[in-house]
Design a protein around this ligand. Structure first.
Ligand code: F6R
Length: 250
């Protein structure tokens, strides 16, 4: 019944450890071949344990990020990088400040671009991914709306990096960390579904019972634009890494 390969782990930590180990293998193989490794990264609660594991591998096992290039999925519009809820801040706090990545290899969309310059900014982001050689491994979470990145319901499969309006469910989910929904931005810049699907390997992480219904729709439901994550069924090398609770409805 599963239309995407699913790995169910004893808990989120076990999954994060496995994914970090796979990431380290990829980085080391590319290092040996003299190639950079291009990672597509996500924010939110789901990847925090994974980033912790990458830091542990860097500190404890000498994993180097010198030849790693990163592209984040998204950023809120009108939130400066120093804001504690900006994704720039999140990524530096949870990963970049603790590893040896070169600052010029870190890419996030900017939320502070003038509205008229956003299309050119998004086009440049796509170009930068292409110039880096495309994404080797894309990390994803899934929103309750089925979004990947901020590709809310209605996002076309071939969509590219662009500005989007945030769904109200997504804003409600963000409200506690912003101390109220009135402080949650209404727009974001996100990689498109097409940008994500161009990655050579994709792993979506989901933990906890709150994700079980949408995981079931994405993995077993029809492929459509109501659940953006369902597009992953058509990717040749995508997988869901779940804990027992997120997998409970499969
Ligand atoms: C984050 C992102 C989102 C989240 C999703 C799940 O960069 O693009 O798609 O991955 O909203 O969020 P969490 O992990 O907080 O449940």
């Amino acid at each position: 019944m599963n239309k995407i390969p699913v790995k169910v782990f004893a808990d989120a930590q076990a999954a994060a450890t496995q994914l970090a180990s796979e990431t380290a293998d990829l980085i080391r193989a590319n290092d040996d071949a003299g190639r950079p490794t291009v990672l597509g990264l996500a924010t939110g609660a789901s990847p925090i344990l994974y980033y912790g594991e990458l830091i542990r591998l860097h500190r404890g096992e000498g994993l180097s990020f010198t030849n790693v290039i990163t592209f984040n999925l998204d950023e809120y519009v009108n939130l400066p990088p120093g804001h504690k809820e900006s994704y720039w801040f999140f990524m530096h706090h949870h990963l970049f400040n603790h590893i040896d990545i070169q600052p010029e290899n870190i890419h996030l969309p900017s939320g502070m671009i003038a509205e008229t310059d956003i299309p050119a900014h998004c086009e440049a982001y796509e170009q930068a991914i292409t110039s880096a050689g495309g994404i080797d491994l894309q990390i994803l979470g899934i929103g309750r709306t089925g979004h990947i990145g901020f590709n809310e319901p209605g996002s076309p499969k071939d969509s590219r990096t662009r500005a989007v309006q945030l769904n109200e469910i997504t804003r409600e989910d963000a409200a506690p960390s912003f101390d109220g929904i009135e402080h949650v931005p209404t727009a974001a810049i996100t990689m498109g579904c097409g940008t994500i699907l161009a990655a050579r390997r994709i792993v979506l992480m989901a933990w906890g019972p709150g994700k079980a219904p949408i995981v079931k729709k994405a993995v077993q439901g029809p492929v459509n634009n109501i659940v953006s994550a369902s597009y992953l069924q058509e990717h040749p090398n995508a997988a869901f890494y779940l804990d027992q609770a997120a997998a409970a409805n499969l």
